[in-house]
Design a binder for this molecule. Structure first.
Ligand code: ZN
Ligand code: ZN
Length: 359
């Protein structure tokens, strides 16, 4: 089977034949149908997030179950599934209290490396998936069955970008009707935060970006107002659109500490600023605690849309099928694995909402 490997940070991925381990207890082998390119993949490949090499990136996948190990009852061979990095043990405090996205075992790699080169060198499967590969071997908690009618190039988007944006608004922040919402950044995650805010009945839903073209797209996904942060004082515009108060919720979906600082200035009293986009690991943020105390603002993070996969993926599939969640419009282009470096370059340039590798 073929996979795209990152041997050297910042260099193009190498597509080559690799070996997949035998399907062990509690594991599921999936023949990949589609894996989307996420900005976190770009961060990984450029070395902006920590982790050993060589590795196979890709964590936004969907495919068909090819093999199940002992103890797997939730899916069977042939089932179409979404594959997520959200591995959960079902036994830790967070799993038992309904927060499997915070599972203590989430990032723990399997005991036996699941991928290795033909020369026998172990490969890290990023996100415990390694989705830029023809097949993957994952924990049973990472797969969720979807209906046969669900197109898998769209289903894969639910594994990360859509869940993170939509779930950040709905699950993490629990936005209510008539809450005012600002979304900073209208890329693959931001646009889904906008969809989530519009779906909950938030008003206004204000999209902030620096490119007018992206702001036009934000309107298609449910933004009621748009602010170009380059051509105007964005915080001032947000206050004007929220009766002078500032927003109830600000979602920062771009991986930049400057955007987080800007987000703080946009939140009103008791406003919540939720950091969703991953900044480079070396970046730090300085701000005065006085920005939080007299206003009772909250600054927090949101991870993977606080999703509970077995509950949230079927809900998102239902929303898509009933026309309440746009997925078709999220896909900018489809690429074969052989052209993965073109797909990644386009994502890095910010040209795409989502590029999808199809197998
Ligand atoms: Zn991702
Ligand atoms: Zn757990």
């Amino acid at each position: 089977m073929k996979a795209a490997i990152c041997y050297e940070l910042g260099a193009p991925l190498q597509v080559e034949e690799i070996d997949l381990a035998r399907t062990g207890k509690g594991q599921v082998k999936v023949r990949v149908a589609a894996t989307a390119v996420c900005h976190s993949d770009v961060h990984d490949i450029k070395g902006e997030l920590p982790g050993p090499r060589p590795f196979v990136p890709g964590h936004e996948s969907a495919g068909y179950v090819a093999e199940t190990g002992d103890g797997v009852t939730s899916v069977k061979v042939g089932d179409p599934v979404v594959v997520s990095l959200m591995k959960s043990c079902g036994e830790c405090y967070y799993c038992l209290t309904g927060m499997p996205h915070l599972c203590d075992k989430m990032m723990v790699p399997p005991e036996v490396p699941v991928m290795c080169t033909k020369a026998g060198q172990p490969l890290v499967a990023k996100g415990n998936i390694g989705g830029f590969a023809e097949s993957v071997l994952v924990d049973k908690s990472q797969v969720v069955k979807v209906p046969a009618e669900m197109p898998l190039d769209r289903a894969c988007l639910l594994a990360c970008g859509v869940s993170t944006g939509f779930g950040g608004v709905v699950n993490r922040a629990k936005v209510r009707p008539f809450n005012s919402v600002v979304v900073i950044g209208t890329g693959g995650v931001g646009i889904n935060a906008i969809q989530g805010a519009a779906y909950t009945g938030a008003s206004p839903v204000i999209a902030v970006d620096v490119l007018d073209k992206k702001l036009e797209t934000a309107r298609v996904f449910g933004a009621s107002h748009t602010v170009n942060a380059k051509s105007s004082d964005a915080a001032e515009q947000v206050r004007r659109l929220t009766a002078g108060r500032g927003a109830d919720f600000v979602f920062v979906t771009v991986g930049s500490v400057a955007a987080i600082k800007q987000g703080l200035t946009m939140a009103g009293k008791r406003g919540q600023v939720v950091i969703i986009g991953l900044p480079p690991a070396k970046d730090t943020l300085a701000f005065s605690p006085l920005e939080l105390i007299p206003t009772e603002r909250t600054l927090t993070g949101g991870f993977m849309g606080s999703a509970n996969l077995r509950i949230d993926i079927p809900r998102l599939v239902d929303l898509y099928r009933s026309g309440h969640l746009k997925l078709d419009e999220l896909i900018t282009a489809r690429y074969p694995l052989a052209k993965i470096n073109e797909a990644i370059e386009s994502t890095e340039r910010g040209d795409a909402l989502r590029n999808v590798i199809v197998f």
